[in-house]
Ligand binder design. Sequence first.
Ligand SMILES: *Cc1c(COP(=O)(O)O)cnc(C)c1O
Length: 381
Amino acid sequence: MQKTYLLAPGPTQVPDSSLLAMARPMIHHRTPEFSQTFKETAELLQYVFQTDNDVLMLAASGTGAMESSITNLFSPGDEVIVVNGGKFGERWGQISETYGLKVHWIKVEWGTAVDPAAIEAILTENPAVKGVLTQASETSTTVTHPISEIAKLTKDRDTLLIVDGITAVGVVPLPMDEIGIDVLVSGSQKAFMLPPGLAFIALSGKAWKFQETATCPRYYFDLAKERKNLKKDTTAYTPAVSLINGLKEALLLIKEEGIDNTHARHDRLARATRAAATALGLKLLAPDSPSSAATGIYVPEGVDGGKLVKYLRDSMGVTIAGGQDHLKGKIIRLAHLGYVNTFDVIIAISAVEMALVKLGHNVELGTGVGAAQKVLLEGYE
Ligand SMILES: *Cc1c(COP(=O)(O)O)cnc(C)c1O
């Protein structure tokens, strides 16, 4: 018998209360019963997003919400700055170019964070720039970008700060109203502890102003239409009823834990994972500005990272992520976001230690686990 453990940066594990809520018999979505659930869920989303802005729910994966922020806020020919420090940064640029926007690319070395001065330089030279698009947590490189610093640059300009918080919301504090984020996007299969299929998006007052004049084509992802329906506790089109039932339960778990504690837990699990890697003599991909959602670790010389990921999955039942593009085979990514705690991290680290030994790299078994345990003890009184 093999037991399986899902420890990838999305999809993530789903708690029992959400699984059971999603298994409930189907109800019609134009009913007082569904409207009540929808209303409560929308309010809980504001709690986790830490905002007074409406948080819209779209039946899509996270990329749908990313695309909707381009099509609802910009017009063909508009100039935007894209922080391209990994696969998801690249995606912002690809969506923008698809809709005819002019992209000022900022290429950031994988594993490092963007330097806000680079953004400031482009803004100063190109006052027409209407948006800065970035990740808060670039999942492909396990990097955190300095969102508060970037917000200081866009706040007093006629420029929107649009943040992909898909592995940041519910992981680290990102109070958009306070910091000055204009658009914050997330998705269900990351810290929201649900199956894939829902995307979330919140817009500031400044962003809604841009929405009034933006002319990119849009139909399904019409955010003004969604907001109008949200005010009536419903959606423009058929909502993902079962996922929303599950979402309410997942959000209640966060509410019960308290969002500050949720952030503290993610921080602790991330520090424990980094401590383990370092104790094992392995190099971190993003030592200076690490994400709290997942930790990228270089595999030792002579070990094939692809084989390591495959061995962990097929022989040990532990699913983690490898590297993409030029980091393929060179790194592993251990995720610690969503429905995870102390012993998920212990499982991941002990499995990596054992798999490394099996693939011929000698590590002292327990070294990483011990280092992690020291950090993880902080979580107990
Ligand atoms: C997972 C992820 C996405 C993509 O979301 P999909 O749900 O696959 O569309 C985008 N950005 C980041 C940072 C992610 O981690």
